[in-house]
Design a protein around this ligand. Sequence first.
Ligand SMILES: [Zn+2]
Length: 55
Amino acid sequence: MPFEIVCNNCGTPLYSGMDIKQANNILKLYNNRCKKCGELLSTKDFILKIEPIEK
Ligand SMILES: [Zn+2]
């Protein structure tokens, strides 16, 4: 199931795809911050949201 990482401050999509590891790498590239507004993105929150979808 594909998923998206969307900044919850400005709504900018930062990643969409199938690979959760790839998504983590993308967030690291941005220092876990939204590339548009600079909002800090929590990787832990994002993983917690994804896990129920994969099961
Ligand atoms: Zn943002």
